[in-house]
Design a protein around this ligand. Structure first.
Ligand code: KIV
Ligand code: ZN
Length: 389
């Protein structure tokens, strides 16, 4: 796979980091067989790059990256490193069996990280980053460089780092909003300004890596794509550190539904999204909220009478995503005290009951009485209602 063909193409590369940043979610710890199951499902879905782990962090992580590199075909396997030679050597060893491998190295660029975490000057950090890229190049020409906390960094310094690491051999530049601090217009212009101000920016693919602390991760990632990024770093169900990472399913479906706006697509088969979401939820123990966009249990369910009437007449009145597109069965009509006659009639017909007007009105009145007592009127409630005299 030669990702350099995607510098400004109409295809956006999907870099899945469920098994690395996603696995950093508090309370999540995936074992190797579970990582393999998720890895195979990600390949089946059609992601381009799988970040399988941080090989130097533990023997277990090394083993996972090595095994996924050996087992998964048709995808690039990536390992994360700090900008340290030992990390890079260990990652290269773990990635060795991969059909296609990528080393993801880098360090912080914001003054906050330089001062408090790295305790380095800007110049020192720049040199460390450049040396890390040069060291990694001996193992592969597929090098991604991350500039941690780009969202809060000084732009002029970011431009210098980008220019230097591309000159040293990095061909993907990751622009992480590590703390979820930016807003979409800012993040989009960060990507655009890097591309416009760095002389060798045409030699690299720019990647969005956003966190969700202010609920902006998906919006920021999409703004980055509008700014010219051609890789998105995502996790299934948006799991990840603190409030999580950008959700894979939201970005993929947004790019599809708003093709008119973005003019780009991914290689992902959206019909597999719901299945993958359920798999990751089960294996990670991270429950998907009912109202989660795209894959939540309520995403295709309609409860109010006005909405039910609209959807039953024409689905697109209240649904912009066809449930089948993401592998869901169909739109659901949930019968509650807010439901109207159209919803009830529809459900009764589905259950095989067709009543004349007078009988239906009688049933509708009784239905509302039950609905006022219950959160949801179920099929068994309707059957007893119909048979009771
Ligand atoms: O959020 C972040 O900055 C990261 C980097 C390590 C890529 O996860
Ligand atoms: Zn991250």
């Amino acid at each position: 796979m030669n990702e350099s063909t995607h510098l400004m193409s109409d295809r956006v590369l999907v870099f899945d980091t469920t098994l690395r940043d996603g696995e950093q979610s508090p309370g999540v710890s995936l074992k190797l067989p579970q990582k393999l199951e998720i890895g195979h499902a990600l390949v089946d879905l059609g992601v381009d790059i799988i970040e399988a782990g941080f090989p130097i962090s533990s023997p277990g992580d090394f083993e996972s990256v090595h095994t996924l590199a050996k087992e998964l075909k048709g995808v690039t396997i990536c390992g994360l490193t700090r900008a340290r030679e030992k990390d890079i050597d260990v990652a290269a060893e773990a990635l060795q069996p991969a059909e296609s491998r990528r080393i993801h190295t880098g360090l912080g660029v914001s003054d906050n990280h330089l001062e408090h975490k790295l305790r380095m000057t800007r110049e020192q950090a720049l040199e460390v980053g450049v040396n890390a890229v040069k060291h990694a190049r001996q193992y592969t020409d597929n090098i991604e460089y991350f500039m941690e906390d780009s969202g809060r960094a000084d732009r002029e310094y970011v431009f210098r780092v980008v220019e230097s690491v591309i000159a040293a051999g990095a061909n993907t530049i990751n622009v992480p909003d590590t703390t979820g601090y930016t807003f979409p217009t800012e993040y989009g212009s960060l990507i655009r300004e890097i591309r416009e101000n760095v002389p060798n920016s045409d030699k690299a693919v720019f990647s969005c890596h956003c966190h969700n602390d202010l609920g902006m991760a998906t919006a920021n990632t999409l703004a980055g794509v509008l700014g010219g990024a051609r890789q998105v770093e995502v996790t299934v169900n948006g799991i990840g550190e603190r409030a999580g990472n950008t959700s894979l399913e939201e970005v993929v479906v947004a790019l599809k539904i708003r093709q008119d706006l973005f003019g780009v697509d991914t290689r992902v088969n959206p019909a597999k999204l719901l299945g993958l979401s359920k798999l990751v939820s089960r294996l990670s123990g991270m429950i998907v909220q009912r109202n989660k966009a795209v894959v939540g249990a309520n995403a295709y369910a309609h409860s109010s009478g006005i909405h039910q009437d609209g959807v039953l007449k024409e689905r697109s009145t209240y649904e912009i995503i066809a449930p089948e597109m993401v592998g869901a069965e169909k739109s659901e009509i949930i019968l509650t005290a807010r439901s109207g006659r159209h919803g009830l009639k529809h459900r009764l017909l589905e259950l095989g009951f067709n009543f004349g007007d007078d009988r239906f009105e009688e049933l509708y009145a009784k239905f509302l009485e039950i609905a006022d007592q219950k959160t949801e009127v179920l099929d068994e409630d309707l059957r007893s209602l119909v048979t009771a005299r």
